[in-house]
Design a protein around this ligand. Structure first.
Ligand code: COA
Length: 171
């Protein structure tokens, strides 16, 4: 079950991020987002949660994804593809998707990507970008399978960690 989430979900979002770091072999794979950064995403951008209902009928968020509208800030990844940008507002970032370790292997990253793309189209976004660590094979495979094309490697993008940048034109 997928549902948009807002800043009231911040505690669970932080717990999911922490759970991902707890099992990560190399922490260069993911940028550790601060609580304030994530609250900004939840309040001012667009975030989607994936929920399951446990045996006791209690709903639990097991994954989330964030669609980020960078406007003309440095976060706009279109800078890596285009030299002369007239309208920054047609670009957005598939910023972050995290799945709780116990719920991986069900294609939740791909499904969340699709759901966020639907919202991006609805808001007039024409092209999407994302960054993936060269060490993150699972995310690379998922984003490639979802139609994202590798553009370039940016060395030292986040706190010295390199990132591959990907791009997709929405139909
Ligand atoms: C990347 C990520 C979102 C993918 O999760 P997902 O959608 O559940 O992955 P998939 O359904 O494509 O899983 C495919 C296979 O890889 C395995 N897998 C997925 N991520 C894995 C990981 N980080 N470590 C080990 N195995 C993993 C799954 O168990 C599955 O194996 P199976 O086919 O034997 O069942 C998830 O690994 C994650 O949250 N990683 C940490 C955060 C992150 O890197 N986000 C992306 C930032 S760009």
């Amino acid at each position: 079950m997928f549902r948009p989430i807002d800043s009231s979900a911040i505690d669970t979002v932080m717990e999911i991020q922490q759970a991902a770091f707890d099992v990560m072999e190399n922490t260069e794979i993911l940028r550790a987002n601060t609580r304030d950064m994530l609250i900004d995403c939840l309040e001012n951008h667009y975030s989607m949660g994936a929920f399951v209902v446990d045996d006791n009928g209690i709903e639990k968020m097991v994954a989330f994804g964030i669609l980020y509208f960078p406007g003309s800030t440095d976060e706009n990844l279109a800078q890596y593809l285009y030299d002369d940008i007239k309208n920054y507002d047609i670009y957005a970032n598939m910023k972050l998707i995290i799945v709780l370790p116990q719920y991986r292997g069900q294609g939740l990253q791909r499904t969340l990507t699709e759901v966020l793309e639907y919202e991006a189209r609805r808001r007039g976004i024409q092209e999407l970008f994302c960054t993936v660590s060269p060490l993150n094979t699972h995310s690379h495979n998922n984003m490639t399978a979802s139609g994202y094309e590798f553009i370039k490697l940016v060395e030292g993008k986040y706190d010295g960690a390199s990132r591959n940048v990907y791009h997709k034109k929405l139909q």
